[in-house]
Write a protein that binds this ligand. Structure first.
Ligand SMILES: *Cc1c(COP(=O)(O)O)cnc(C)c1O
Length: 414
């Protein structure tokens, strides 16, 4: 927090604009649209709400309003990122759709265009792609847009983690037909909660604003022709977001410094930092992550909720490193567990570069083995989940605290 957040909240309080109308909301919409470079932004209660209303909009655009009680995507498949937070995916199901998970690539840890092409071979009729930019790193946007264009598919861009990141000089959140960002407490801008829907279509922005406020028609009583939601941002939350916006670039600079410091401090270990396309993209470095080289992995097994490992000289694993970090009262995290490995989505289609991988069974996870072809893992998301972890990345972390973290990680490989 920087101070202005409280001032804008206080202004809302003093003028009694405590609900879903007010100057803070208007300012957030104007400033975020300007920052990301879209014509319109709609301030919402959460990033998830923004993804939900994007899914609903896309569904109605593609398939019509649909039957009451079944959702706008009833029975329709949607291609979506596999290694991501479940909020990318769940809204598809809210609208009755069926997520088909597309495997990850090693270059940016996002949706693999080669796997997406395979998915269109399997399901040529799919018209919607739901794409996340993980940990603030832009995905392979040009390739994915070209594939979408070829198949006449719309793109929902989940830029919840990547506000302020650019690809070829353009901000993430502005590439898709529908853009979604989040101001949740842990994101690059901390609104305590909140999200925004981004679009260049005035009509779409109006629809989302209306749906988010219970879909009231323009009448003196509560008149309803459409299904509504209580998804609008509050003017108090908007005060926090508004106060944070001027600090976005400062936060990004801090996150980048953290990433670079880890990179330098861990450079001679058998690990790599989470990669990005250095030629075309400037990530916001929301989270710094590590990937351990395959030959430097000690044995580690993960069940559904527990993990075990066998320590070994010169080797380590995410479980050991996360334990070491915790032992100095700091916090790291595993990589987002891929959706096709989640019990809730285990039976869903999962498409790799090699074609339809189908959901893996528990046995795979417990053995910790990743199926391979020509010595390379087929299931890339599972491989990154097994070997990767998120490092403590808070922008208030001091250099001394970070050095201590680097020290305990180095000790894991001794
Ligand atoms: C945080 C996050 C969301 C959801 O945003 P909320 O504001 O928490 O609802 C969606 N997708 C991804 C990838 C996220 O990290």
């Amino acid at each position: 927090m920087h101070g202005e957040e409280l001032q804008y909240m206080q202004e809302a309080y003093d003028t009694n604009w405590m609900s879903t109308i007010g100057v803070n909301i208007n300012e957030v919409e104007t400033q975020i649209a300007e920052k990301v470079g879209t014509d319109h932004a709609v301030a919402l209660a959460t990033g998830t709400a923004s993804i939900h209303l994007s899914v609903k909009l896309a569904g109605e655009y593609l398939y019509g309003r649909g039957e009451m009680g079944k959702g706008a995507l009833a029975g329709k498949r949607v291609f979506c990122s596999d290694m991501t937070f479940d909020a990318t995916v769940n809204p598809i199901v809210y609208e009755g759709g069926i997520p088909v998970f597309i495997d990850t690539e090693y270059d940016t840890w996002n949706m693999d265009p080669a796997a997406l092409e395979k998915a269109f071979e399997l399901y040529p009729d799919v018209k919607l792609i739901d794409l996340a930019h993980l940990y603030g790193t832009p995905g392979k946007i040009d390739e994915i847009r070209a594939i979408a264009k070829k198949h006449d598919a719309k793109i929902i861009e989940d830029a919840a983690e990547s506000l302020g990141s650019t690809y070829k000089g353009q901000q993430t959140g502005s590439f898709g037909d529908y853009g979604c960002i989040s101001f949740n407490g842990n994101k690059i801008i901390c609104g305590s909660a909140g999200g925004a829907f981004l679009t260049n279509s005035l009509e779409d922005s109006k629809k989302v604003r209306k749906w988010s406020t219970q879909a009231r028609e323009n009448a003196s009583w509560y008149q309803h022709e459409e299904l509504g939601y209580n998804y609008r941002m509050s003017n108090i939350i908007a005060g926090v977001v508004r106060g944070q916006i001027p600090y976005l670039e400062e936060h990004i600079a801090q996150k980048k410094a953290i990433y670079e410091r880890y990179k330098a401090g861990l450079g001679d270990l058998p690990v790599k930092m989470n990669p990005y396309d250095e030629k075309n993209s400037v990530p916001n470095h929301w989270l710094s992550c590590l990937l351990i080289e395959p030959e430097a992995m000690c044995r580690q097994v993960r069940g559904e909720k527990d993990a075990l490992y066998i320590p070994e000289h010169g080797k380590s694993c995410p479980t050991e490193i996360l334990e070491a970090i915790r032992s100095i009262n700091s916090e790291g995290r595993p990589i987002w567990k891929p959706m096709h490995m989640q019990p809730i989505y285990r039976m869903h289609d999962f498409v790799t570069r090699e074609g339809n991988g189908r959901a893996r069974t528990n046995a795979y996870i417990i053995e910790g083995s990743v199926s391979k072809k020509d010595g390379l893992p087929v299931d890339i998301g599972m491989d990154i989940f097994n070997r990767g972890l998120c490092l403590p990345s808070d922008n208030k972390m001091t250099a001394e605290q970070q050095d201590r973290i680097i020290e305990v990680i180095r000790a894991c490989f001794e």
